[in-house]
Design a protein around this ligand. Structure first.
Ligand code: FES
Ligand code: MG
Length: 579
């Protein structure tokens, strides 16, 4: 990385602090409050710590402690740190879905980074939507930025067995519905599920987005996957504080790090670790903020032939603490080193691939050897056809191999409420060969594209021992979920996509190897069909506030479900004074 050789006079914060006029007086005077006299000198990088700590985002509640370590590192390197609490999103807590608020968080963070007298930012995230929102914001403003991934929690155990966050909730609740365990036994596991601070310990969306941040080059290499309670998390946070000061001095910005090639590297990394399908909408949205040309087809092309190297839930058995013990994220990515572009740099200025050598593996049941991966072709596949003209996705690593090629009759649900009302009806005309279709759950229709695509199986089939079926929707699914689940159908039903016109009994064919998803109904017949009145009645029609803005401007899943007017980088300039 070439140093652009700026002088201290070029620090952005000097626009606030360096003058001798009334406005500079105001900017300086109100900030003193115990800061040393030289803190606002033009030589001192002013650094925000964009902090998603919140008691209502339980996975991020430890980030204030992390921020203290970052602060120490910033002071040590000659910068001045400022804690900047930003909009936080607790995946399990906020309704109707945290995804409705991702763009709101990203927009609010972007504006606060731009409006304030800062030269760079440290991004503290963890729970699913927090790292994506922070990266979208940082990409938009393009001030030097670095991610601290808050880290996974320690593994909890129930009756001697490890519990995977999320994944085991889905599994155990289906066992209750199938009659294998009682509801009482299920509820007993609740207090064992969350053992410590940190985010979900499966390779769900939070773990995936930490790996993504690292593969994009936005963390200190080797940071992702460090458990939240581990003292090394604080040590790396301290080091991150030192590094952001260097990054400002060397003028290393997100646009230097986040290139098309770094996104392709992230796609490879997601495939190699069996990462979450949610990474697709998040990566597309971040790339959109930079004006980069990244499409759904890039996911299919870059992820194709990438082997699954780690044995982690939901695709496998183990949990994030096991991955750390076995050598960590870099050891896993090293197994497929040759698939990464050597060009993109990281926050250190050095290429990612430089960190993918000499990474020993200490447990080959967790990180598999290159010659014998857990699965040969683990990339997220993009399906197209007359049911999904702009694409749909499936994660083969979390699916049943025999169902990746399947033809069956549709059983259609017009909304999540319709599904809940009828799914367990003993008279529902459904067999294991049926294809469950759920619509009205896209970005616009719900609104916010909730994680309901892994819809439960009909009780009568669970009782017969059925454990997976083909399911299709315009929704997302939790990164901790599994099954032969086709997601993100675009355009969604509420945007007039063909999904709106499917009827129960229509024959649907899924061919993952052939990358197709088709409905055996002619275009002419589809054109004659109207939307289901029940469907249309269920689509969101908010009258005010964020939800109204969102529904009017949200893009479809195939372009990242950002708001249309937030695409493209807007930079760090503010044109007018505040007084
Ligand atoms: Fe926060 Fe899973 S709920 S990471
Ligand atoms: Mg989730």
């Amino acid at each position: 990385m070439e140093c652009k050789g700026i002088t201290v006079d070029d620090l952005r914060s000097a626009e606030w602090y360096a003058g001798q006029d009334r406005n500079s007086y105001i900017h300086r005077a109100w900030m003193r409050r115990g800061l040393p006299d030289n803190a606002l000198d033009a030589t001192k990088p002013q650094i925000a710590i964009a902090n998603t700590a919140s008691d209502l985002t339980p996975c991020n509640s430890h980030l204030n402690e992390v921020a203290e370590s970052v602060k120490q590192g910033i002071w040590e390197a000659g910068g001045v740190p400022y804690n900047l609490p930003v909009v936080s999103l607790g995946e399990t807590q906020v309704k109707p879905t945290a995804m409705l608020w991702r763009n709101m968080a990203a927009m609010a963070i972007e504006e606060m980074l731009r409006a304030n007298p800062i030269d760079g930012v440290v991004l503290l995230g963890g729970c699913d939507k927090t790292i994506p929102a922070l990266l979208m914001a940082a990409a938009s403003v393009d001030l030097p930025a670095i991610v601290v991934p808050g880290g996974p929690m320690l593994t909890g155990h129930f009756r001697g067995e490890a519990l995977g966050c999320g994944t085991d909730v889905w599994r155990l609740s289906e066992e209750v519905r199938g009659g294998q365990i009682t509801n009482g036994q299920f509820l007993q596991s609740e207090s064992s599920m969350i053992r410590s601070k940190g985010h979900c310990n499966t390779m769900g969306t939070a773990s995936t987005m930490a790996v993504v941040a690292e593969a994009l080059g936005m963390t200190i290499p080797g940071f992702a996957g460090t458990p939240a309670p581990d003292s090394r998390l604080l040590a790396l946070s301290h080091e991150t504080g030192r590094l952001i000061v260097d990054m400002i001095r060397e003028d290393r910005r997100p646009s230097d790090i986040l290139t098309r090639e770094s996104f392709l590297n992230a796609i490879v990394a997601v495939a190699a670790v069996g990462g979450s399908t949610n990474s697709v909408v998040h990566l597309l949205a971040i790339a959109g903020r930079l004006g980069l040309d990244l499409t759904l087809d890039d996911f299919d092309a870059a992820g194709r032939d990438v082997p699954l190297m780690v044995n982690l839930q939901p695709s496998g058995t183990f949990l994030m603490g096991d991955l750390y013990r076995a050598g960590g994220v870099l050891a896993a990515l090293s197994q497929v080193k040759e698939l990464f572009s050597p060009v993109p740099i990281t926050v250190t200025g050095r290429p990612l691939v430089e960190y993918l050598t000499d990474q020993p593996v200490f447990d080959e049941t967790v990180i598999f050897p290159r010659e014998s991966p857990l699965m040969a072709d683990a990339g997220i596949a993009v399906l197209r056809g007359n049911l999904a003209p702009r694409g749909a996705i499936i994660k083969p690593a979390a699916a049943t191999a025999e169902l990746l090629q399947h033809t069956g009759p549709a059983v259609v649900f017009d909304s999540i409420e319709d599904m809940r009302a009828r799914l367990d009806d003993p008279d529902l005309d459904v067999t294991a060969d049926s294809v469950l279709v759920l619509r009205g759950c896209g970005p616009r229709g719900y609104p916010g594209m909730p994680e309901v695509g892994n819809m439960p199986l009909p009780r009568k089939l669970l009782e017969q021992g059925v454990r997976d079926m083909v399911r299709i929707s315009d929704a997302r699914m939790s990164g901790t979920a599994y099954g032969t689940v086709i997601l993100h159908v675009a355009p969604e039903a509420a945007a007039g996509g063909p999904l709106a016109f499917v009827r129960t009994g229509d024959i649907i064919t899924v061919d993952v190897a052939g990358r197709s998803l088709s409905l055996a109904v002619s275009d002419a017949e589809l054109a004659l069909r109207g939307q289901s009145a029940a469907s249309e009645a269920a689509y969101a029609a908010p009258q005010r506030g964020w939800a109204k803005l969102y529904v009017e401007h949200v893009m479809q899943a195939d372009t990242g479900a950002d708001l249309d007017f937030l695409v493209g980088s807007s930079g760090d300039r503010v044109t007018r004074e505040s007084h």
